[in-house]
Structure formats: C-alpha cells, structure tokens
Design a protein around this ligand. Structure first.
Ligand SMILES: CC(C)(COP(=O)(O)OP(=O)(O)OC[C@H]1O[C@@H](n2cnc3c(N)ncnc32)[C@H](O)[C@@H]1OP(=O)(O)O)[C@@H](O)C(=O)NCCC(=O)NCCS
Length: 129
C-alpha cells in the first residue's frame, strides 16, 4: 500500500511539478497475492484533474521471475492535492484527453470525485454532530 501511494504521488508530482499530499485512497481489493521474491511493478496514470486535486489510478502487477508469469494483483484510485510553499492547495495544469478511452476515464474520475466530496461533507457533518 505504501508503494501504491508513492507511485501515485510521483505521477501527481510529475504533472503538477510541485509537492503533493494524499487526501483520499479509494477502496483497494487484492485479487492475487504478492509472494516473497516476486518482482512488483506499479503503473500510475492520471485519470482526472480538478483545480488543485488530481486522481491517479495505480495498477500493481507481480511477476514470478523464475516462471516469468505476470499477474494483476490490485489497483486503486488515489487523490492528491498540489501544495504551494505555504502548504496550501495550488492550481494544477488541466488534463488533456488524447482519445475516447481517456475521455471516458476523465468522466468516470469526475463522477468518483463527486461521490468522494459527498462523503467528505457527510463525514464533516457527522464530526460536528
Ligand atoms: C490537502 C489539504 C491541504 C486541502 O485543504 P482544504 O482546506 O481541504 O482545501 P480544499 O477544500 O480547497 O480542497 C483542496 C482540493 O482537494 C479536494 N479534496 C479535499 N478533500 C478531499 C477528499 N476527501 N477526497 C477527494 N478530494 C478532496 C477538493 O475537492 C479540492 O480539489 P479541487 O481544487 O480540485 O476542487 C488539507 O485537506 C490537508 O492537509 N489534509 C490532510 C492531508 C494529509 O495529511 N495527508 C497525508 C495522509 S498520510
């Protein structure tokens, strides 16, 4: 999970060219185990960008280096916020989709972000009550 967060943060830092902080990690399901000695590969890509926030999808694959068999073990969506020198949210460049798949992913990301913000509001209300 630490590797997933680090890979996601690096993708967000590359896009925003500044420091970032994790604000949300969506549910993470593990489909296959990662065994000792496996080669672990993480692929992180931006799927949605708001004003200061960035959603990143991280996909994890494990390979048995002896057999050469690769498996998709898990994936997750994480949200990072770009920070300025004062540690406050900073605007980031937009995301330009290059094909239909990327357009679809951005729309899906926007939907997930709307849901997260609804959950955030709910949690804030519950914390006050
Ligand atoms: C990140 C932080 C500085 C943002 O400050 P804030 O006062 O909440 O600022 P905002 O409400 O303007 O939110 C900034 C952005 O984050 C997004 N955001 C905030 N909380 C979110 C959540 N739970 N899920 C998804 N996005 C969230 C907002 O939508 C906004 O995005 P946008 O500019 O693209 O619309 C502050 O929330 C913080 O420090 N959080 C703790 C983060 C942390 O310690 N992480 C380490 C975990 S180990």
């Amino acid at each position: 999970m630490k590797l997933v967060d680090e890979a996601g943060a690096l993708a967000a830092m590359r896009h925003s060219q500044c420091s970032v902080v994790t604000v949300a990690i969506d549910q993470m399901m593990f489909h296959e185990p990662i065994r000792i000695g496996n080669l672990v590969t993480l692929q992180a890509s931006l799927t949605y960008v708001g004003r200061t926030s960035m959603e990143v999808r991280v996909e994890v694959r494990a390979e048995d280096p002896i057999v050469g068999e690769q498996m998709h073990t898990n994936s997750a969506y994480l949200v990072y916020v770009a920070l300025n020198e004062q540690g406050r949210p900073k605007a980031v460049p937009g995301l330009i989709p290059e094909n239909e798949l990327e357009k679809r992913r951005m729309l899906d990301g926007a939907e997930r972000q709307t849901y997260r913000l609804q959950q955030r509001k709910k949690e804030q209300k519950e914390a006050v009550a």
